[in-house]
Write a protein that binds this ligand. Structure first.
Ligand SMILES: NC(=O)c1ccc[n+]([C@@H]2O[C@H](COP(=O)([O-])OP(=O)(O)OC[C@H]3O[C@@H](n4cnc5c(N)ncnc54)[C@H](O)[C@@H]3O)[C@@H](O)[C@H]2O)c1
Ligand SMILES: O=C(O)C[C@H](O)C(=O)O
Length: 308
């Protein structure tokens, strides 16, 4: 079984590395446009096999899509990342052309694949991939909420001074600094509401830190993050190839769910071998519903920039 990752930069190489480490496929194909770059990353990763004990072959290619043929999952990370002070939305001008061309090329060679879109602005790029691929809606998944939820759990664990794995929490809405919605009311620590332990002010602080999680890292690194984005991308691949039926937050094409139509935006879904299989209704309260509507409106405005 084959998994393809397009873009062998920071995030793409990280997705490929986690996929290999977890042996999620027999073969991981890394494709980039920069001459020799994906080949180099693939060789470097293959030289980790005996050190890290995996038997997944990584193949690198400069733009040869025939090598991606028959992939079960394709992950799109190609495109520019933001620099400090920028928003993800500012990337649209460059990334729209890249994501559209890449999607079309991938689908020609892997018509049965499930697409996982990571390039930013992610919700709009997912919508673009969904429209330009013509794939059934369940086979296009935008990865943002899985990362945002892991950052939320990290921030909650930091505030609680506990093991992050004992904390549950989900972020829905757009994958933007102002559009994310960390669902504080529903977050739990060892099955009890986090509000039993943390004040309203502290929870507000946690939510704010979660929302600007990507911007904070971009400020520190000078480019955007890759370890957690790569791990989150690989977690989505894992849910598909291992048919985990796992609840994850992902940007998917909505047809009435959460009151939205003709948009891709982050909602809780079950992910398994067929892609996203079901949207889960979290029964938002009025305040959360209002935030979700505002978030979707902002994503919709960005989608208006697309020429479809
Ligand atoms: N959704 C998320 O949660 C999330 C998280 C992190 C980063 N991102 C986004 O992912 C994208 C990649 O980030 P990065 O840090 O890996 O950037 P990067 O610059 O390190 O890597 C991007 C790679 O894409 C390649 N590329 C450009 N055009 C291409 C094309 N037409 N075909 C194939 N490859 C092409 C480049 O050569 C480069 O190697 C950015 O848009 C970033 O904002 C999203
Ligand atoms: O912050 C970014 O621009 C990259 C990514 O969307 C992230 O959240 O890390």
């Amino acid at each position: 079984m084959k998994v393809t990752v397009v873009g062998a930069g920071n995030v793409g190489a990280s997705v490929a590395e986690y996929c290999a480490m977890k042996e999620l496929a027999d073969e991981v194909v890394l494709l980039d446009i920069k001459e020799g770059f994906a080949e180099g990353k693939a060789m470097d990763l293959n030289q980790c096999a005996t050190l890290n004990g995996f038997n997944t072959k990584v193949v690198g290619t400069t733009g040869d899509y025939s090598k991606t043929a028959g992939s079960k999952v394709v992950v799109i990370t190609s495109g520019i990342p933001r620099k400090p002070g920028m928003t993800r939305e500012e990337l649209i001008g460059t990334n729209v052309g890249i994501v559209k061309t890449v999607t079309e090329n991938l689908i020609k060679h892997s018509p049965d694949a499930i697409l996982v879109v990571i390039s930013n602005p992610m919700d709009t790029m997912t919508y673009l991939s969904a429209k330009s691929s013509g794939l059934p809606k369940n086979r296009v998944i935008g990865m943002g909420g899985t990362l945002d939820s892991s950052r939320f759990r990290y921030r909650l664990a930091e505030a609680l001074d506990c093991n992050p794995n004992d904390v549950q929490g989900v972020v829905i809405g757009g994958h933007g600094d102002t559009t994310m919605i960390p669902l504080t009311r529903l977050a739990t620590y060892n099955s009890t509401p986090v509000s039993n332990y943390l004040s309203e002010e502290k929870l507000e602080e946690v939510a704010k830190a979660t929302m600007v999680g990507g911007a904070t890292l971009t400020g520190l690194l000078g480019t955007s993050a890759w370890y957690a984005p790569g791990a989150a991308g690989a977690a989505v691949v894992e849910a598909i190839v291992r048919d985990q039926k796992k609840l994850m937050s992902a940007s998917v094409y909505l047809e009435g769910e959460y009151g939205q139509e003709d948009i891709c935006v982050g909602v809780p879904v079950i992910i398994g071998k067929d892609g996203w299989e079901e949207v889960i209704d979290f029964k938002l309260n009025d305040e959360e519903k209002a935030k979700f509507e505002a978030s979707a409106a902002a994503v919709r405005k960005m989608n208006d920039a697309l020429e479809l």
